[in-house]
Structure formats: C-alpha cells, structure tokens
Design a protein around this ligand. Structure first.
Ligand code: SF4
Length: 239
C-alpha cells in the first residue's frame, strides 16, 4: 500500500535514540498553535510512496542506524496512516531495525485493530502530550486531550516503552501547576523511559510567512533556560 509522505531526514538525532532515519508523514488533524510543520497538516499534499520504497530508502542507512538508532515515523500525525506505517515497520522489524512512532495520540481508538497491529511492530512511542489541562489543550490544538491520555494509559498497560515529550511554551504550558499535574499523570504510567522538555521555538514562523498564513503565537518568546530546567526538574520528579 502507499502512504502520503511530506519528507525524509537521513541522519535525525532528536527523534528517538541514536542516529535515525526519520519519515515525516503528511496530514494531521490537530492545529497546534506552535506547529513548526504547518506544511504537513493538510492531507492532500505530500508524495505517495509504497512501504517497500520507504523501507529501501531507510535501509540504505542500515549501517548507521543499526548501532543504537533506527527509524522514526513522525509527522504530521502517523496514526492517520496506521496501516501504511504498520506495513513499513513490519518490513523494518524483519531487517532487525528499531522502530519508533512520534505521535500526539489524537487518532487513538482502543478498538482499532490496525493500531494494535502497528504497536506490535513498534519498539518505542514518542508521545507528545500537548497540554494536561483539557480546556487548555482544546485552545492550543483544537482538540480534547482525552485520546492522547487514554493512549498513554493503553501503552503503559500493554507494556510499550514510552518517551513523553512536552513542548514548553511561555504563558501556555510553562506553568508550575500544569507541570505538576502532568507529572502526577506521568507517575501513573509504568513504561515511561524518559521525559523530554522541548523548549518552544519560533523557527516555524518563516514557514507560516511563506504559506501566507498568520503565525498564531507571534507575541510568545521562547522560554529561558531556567524555566526549561524548572520544567525538567518537575517532570522528572526532582522537585
Ligand atoms: S500534532 Fe504536530 S504536526 Fe500536528 S499540528 Fe500539532 S505540532 Fe503540528
């Protein structure tokens, strides 16, 4: 089958352990105000590839990605094309390649067999929790956080390794009460291997300009180092 893909990165170092071949899928139902990949949002864009073609591209780098790295499928939102990613990961697992899924969990459905099958060939889930407060999550992304949180619990209950990622945005997620609430939630999960705080940055702004759309967070500055450390300390349970 074919998947709609926005782009590839051959030597990714920030989306999972080690050196990774990263596949950015096209299409995302969310509309995060800080999205730095707004050009991945619309499903009609992107190019079509078969799972075999993408696997072959990734396997060209097998020598590099084998040693502690692997392949990460990111987005956009990879669960929108779960059947394609399942096929791709099935090929990669056969080749002994580590697989990671970078997702917001917004498309999770506990009765969806394709997602379950995809998870059976996924070694690690990088789960982006956008906001722990449901109202704020809706303001930030246009959607409730119910599914992402349900997905986190499902991954924990089924023994799937998780890295939690959280974008720190001044005035939105950079708030000790919310961070403590998020920490409480993470503490209930049994399979969290790491928590990553990603400082909000304005690098996406240029893309919005090129696309001729208004940048939603124009007046927000990136958080300073001390606030990033504060968030890391809270979320990693050191405060
Ligand atoms: S989930 Fe990711 S790709 Fe989708 S809108 Fe949010 S930041 Fe952008």
């Amino acid at each position: 089958m074919t998947g709609k893909i926005h782009s590839f990165e051959s030597f990714g170092t920030v989306d999972g352990p080690g050196i990774r071949f990263v596949v950015f899928m096209q299409g995302c139902p969310m509309r995060c105000k800080y999205c730095h990949n707004p050009d991945t949002s619309d499903f009609p864009g992107g190019n079509e590839y078969t799972a075999q073609e993408v696997a072959e591209k990734a396997l060209k780098y097998k020598h590099y990605i084998q040693k502690g790295g692997g392949v990460t499928v990111s987005g956009g939102e990879p669960l929108m094309q779960a059947a394609f990613v399942k096929e791709l990961f099935t090929i990669l697992k056969r080749e002994g390649v580590h697989t990671a899924l970078d997702t917001s969990g917004i498309n999770f459905n506990p009765t969806d067999e394709t997602i379950k099958e995809l998870l059976s060939v996924t070694d690690l889930v990088l789960l982006d929790i956008k906001h722990i407060d449901d109202g704020e999550h809706k303001m930030l992304t246009g959607h409730s956080n119910a599914k992402p949180l349900q997905f986190a619990k499902y991954l924990s209950d089924t023994g799937k390794d998780i890295i939690i990622r959280h974008v720190l945005v001044s005035g939105i997620t950079d708030n000790d009460n919310y961070l403590l609430k998020l920490k409480e939630f993470i503490a209930q999960l049994k399979t969290v291997k790491a928590v990553e705080v990603l400082p909000y940055h304005t690098m996406g702004e240029v893309k919005y300009e090129k696309m001729g759309i208004a940048y939603p967070l124009k007046v927000v500055n990136p958080p300073d180092k001390s606030r990033v450390e504060n968030a890391q300390n809270i979320l990693r349970g050191e405060l």
